[in-house]
Write a protein that binds this ligand. Structure first.
Ligand SMILES: [Zn+2]
Ligand SMILES: [Zn+2]
Length: 154
Protein backbone atom coordinates (compact mmCIF):
# COMPACT_ATOMS: atom_id res chain seq x y z
CA UNK A 1 0.00 0.00 0.00
CA UNK A 2 2.77 2.41 0.96
CA UNK A 3 4.51 1.83 -2.36
CA UNK A 4 1.31 2.79 -4.20
CA UNK A 5 1.11 6.02 -2.22
CA UNK A 6 4.78 6.68 -2.99
CA UNK A 7 4.24 6.00 -6.70
CA UNK A 8 1.21 8.29 -6.72
CA UNK A 9 3.26 11.07 -5.11
CA UNK A 10 6.12 10.49 -7.55
CA UNK A 11 3.67 10.86 -10.45
CA UNK A 12 2.23 14.03 -8.90
CA UNK A 13 5.74 15.45 -8.48
CA UNK A 14 6.80 14.53 -12.03
CA UNK A 15 3.76 16.34 -13.45
CA UNK A 16 4.44 19.36 -11.22
CA UNK A 17 8.01 19.64 -12.53
CA UNK A 18 7.04 18.91 -16.16
CA UNK A 19 4.38 21.63 -15.98
CA UNK A 20 6.91 24.06 -14.53
CA UNK A 21 9.43 23.28 -17.31
CA UNK A 22 6.73 23.53 -19.97
CA UNK A 23 5.53 26.89 -18.65
CA UNK A 24 9.04 28.28 -18.36
CA UNK A 25 10.77 26.93 -21.48
CA UNK A 26 7.91 26.43 -23.93
CA UNK A 27 5.18 28.93 -23.03
CA UNK A 28 7.66 31.66 -22.06
CA UNK A 29 10.77 30.38 -23.80
CA UNK A 30 12.30 29.87 -27.20
CA UNK A 31 11.04 26.28 -27.49
CA UNK A 32 7.53 27.66 -27.82
CA UNK A 33 8.46 29.18 -31.18
CA UNK A 34 9.02 25.73 -32.72
CA UNK A 35 6.29 25.10 -35.34
CA UNK A 36 5.02 21.96 -33.60
CA UNK A 37 4.52 23.84 -30.30
CA UNK A 38 3.41 27.25 -31.60
CA UNK A 39 -0.32 26.52 -31.46
CA UNK A 40 -0.06 25.32 -27.86
CA UNK A 41 1.96 28.37 -26.85
CA UNK A 42 -0.55 30.70 -28.54
CA UNK A 43 -3.23 29.64 -26.06
CA UNK A 44 -1.00 30.68 -23.17
CA UNK A 45 -0.19 33.97 -24.87
CA UNK A 46 -3.92 34.67 -25.14
CA UNK A 47 -4.32 33.79 -21.46
CA UNK A 48 -1.72 36.44 -20.67
CA UNK A 49 -3.03 39.07 -23.09
CA UNK A 50 -6.47 39.41 -21.59
CA UNK A 51 -7.03 41.55 -18.50
CA UNK A 52 -6.75 39.88 -15.13
CA UNK A 53 -10.48 39.28 -14.83
CA UNK A 54 -13.15 36.82 -15.92
CA UNK A 55 -12.42 37.36 -19.63
CA UNK A 56 -9.12 35.56 -19.17
CA UNK A 57 -10.94 32.43 -18.05
CA UNK A 58 -11.97 31.83 -21.64
CA UNK A 59 -8.34 30.90 -22.24
CA UNK A 60 -7.84 28.80 -19.10
CA UNK A 61 -9.42 25.67 -20.48
CA UNK A 62 -7.45 23.25 -22.62
CA UNK A 63 -9.13 22.43 -25.96
CA UNK A 64 -9.89 18.81 -26.92
CA UNK A 65 -6.78 18.49 -29.07
CA UNK A 66 -4.68 19.64 -26.10
CA UNK A 67 -6.13 16.80 -24.00
CA UNK A 68 -5.30 14.31 -26.75
CA UNK A 69 -1.75 15.69 -26.97
CA UNK A 70 -1.27 15.52 -23.19
CA UNK A 71 -2.58 11.96 -23.12
CA UNK A 72 -0.14 10.90 -25.86
CA UNK A 73 2.76 12.59 -24.07
CA UNK A 74 1.81 10.83 -20.82
CA UNK A 75 1.63 7.33 -22.35
CA UNK A 76 5.19 6.30 -21.37
CA UNK A 77 4.31 7.06 -17.74
CA UNK A 78 1.05 5.11 -18.01
CA UNK A 79 2.90 2.05 -19.32
CA UNK A 80 5.66 2.42 -16.72
CA UNK A 81 3.25 2.68 -13.78
CA UNK A 82 -0.53 3.28 -13.92
CA UNK A 83 -0.47 4.48 -10.27
CA UNK A 84 2.26 6.97 -11.09
CA UNK A 85 0.20 8.11 -14.09
CA UNK A 86 -2.80 8.62 -11.79
CA UNK A 87 -0.64 10.86 -9.59
CA UNK A 88 0.22 12.95 -12.66
CA UNK A 89 -3.45 13.07 -13.62
CA UNK A 90 -4.28 14.26 -10.10
CA UNK A 91 -1.84 17.15 -10.53
CA UNK A 92 -3.63 18.27 -13.71
CA UNK A 93 -6.92 18.28 -11.78
CA UNK A 94 -5.47 20.23 -8.86
CA UNK A 95 -3.77 22.68 -11.22
CA UNK A 96 -6.86 23.31 -13.28
CA UNK A 97 -9.09 23.80 -10.24
CA UNK A 98 -6.73 26.07 -8.36
CA UNK A 99 -5.73 28.12 -11.42
CA UNK A 100 -9.39 28.65 -12.21
CA UNK A 101 -10.07 29.68 -8.60
CA UNK A 102 -7.15 32.17 -8.64
CA UNK A 103 -8.68 33.92 -11.61
CA UNK A 104 -12.28 33.67 -10.52
CA UNK A 105 -12.83 33.54 -6.80
CA UNK A 106 -9.82 33.12 -4.56
CA UNK A 107 -8.13 36.51 -4.74
CA UNK A 108 -7.05 36.67 -1.13
CA UNK A 109 -4.87 33.57 -0.89
CA UNK A 110 -1.07 33.65 -0.77
CA UNK A 111 -0.95 31.37 -3.81
CA UNK A 112 -3.21 33.70 -5.76
CA UNK A 113 -0.75 36.55 -5.19
CA UNK A 114 2.06 34.29 -6.44
CA UNK A 115 0.17 33.69 -9.70
CA UNK A 116 -1.02 37.28 -10.04
CA UNK A 117 2.62 38.43 -9.91
CA UNK A 118 3.33 36.16 -12.91
CA UNK A 119 0.50 37.85 -14.83
CA UNK A 120 0.79 41.44 -13.67
CA UNK A 121 4.38 42.13 -12.63
CA UNK A 122 6.94 39.65 -13.96
CA UNK A 123 6.07 36.93 -16.47
CA UNK A 124 9.61 35.54 -16.18
CA UNK A 125 9.00 34.42 -12.60
CA UNK A 126 6.53 32.27 -10.68
CA UNK A 127 6.09 29.63 -13.39
CA UNK A 128 4.83 26.88 -11.09
CA UNK A 129 1.31 28.30 -10.91
CA UNK A 130 -0.06 26.45 -7.92
CA UNK A 131 3.01 25.21 -6.01
CA UNK A 132 5.31 28.18 -5.28
CA UNK A 133 7.84 25.86 -3.63
CA UNK A 134 8.86 24.69 -7.13
CA UNK A 135 9.85 28.25 -8.07
CA UNK A 136 11.85 28.47 -4.89
CA UNK A 137 13.65 25.23 -5.84
CA UNK A 138 14.52 26.54 -9.33
CA UNK A 139 15.29 30.10 -8.23
CA UNK A 140 12.44 31.73 -10.19
CA UNK A 141 10.39 32.85 -7.20
CA UNK A 142 9.54 36.56 -7.32
CA UNK A 143 10.04 38.34 -3.99
CA UNK A 144 6.80 38.51 -2.06
CA UNK A 145 4.74 41.61 -2.84
CA UNK A 146 2.14 43.38 -0.77
CA UNK A 147 -1.40 42.59 -2.01
CA UNK A 148 -1.99 46.27 -2.84
CA UNK A 149 0.80 46.06 -5.45
CA UNK A 150 -1.37 43.77 -7.57
CA UNK A 151 -4.47 45.88 -7.08
CA UNK A 152 -6.02 44.47 -3.93
CA UNK A 153 -7.60 46.92 -1.54
CA UNK A 154 -6.38 46.99 2.05
ZN1 LIG B 1 -3.35 32.37 -15.09
ZN1 LIG C 1 2.60 32.27 -18.12
Amino acid sequence: MLSYVALFLVGYSIATIVWYLNHRFIFHGRLGKLPVLKKFTRLHTLHHQNPYNHRRSKFIFIPWWGHVLLFIVSLPLLFASPVCWLGALAFTGVYRWRHYRFHEADASSKHHIHHAVHHLIESNANFSGVHPIVDRLFGTDYPRVHPTVIGHKQ
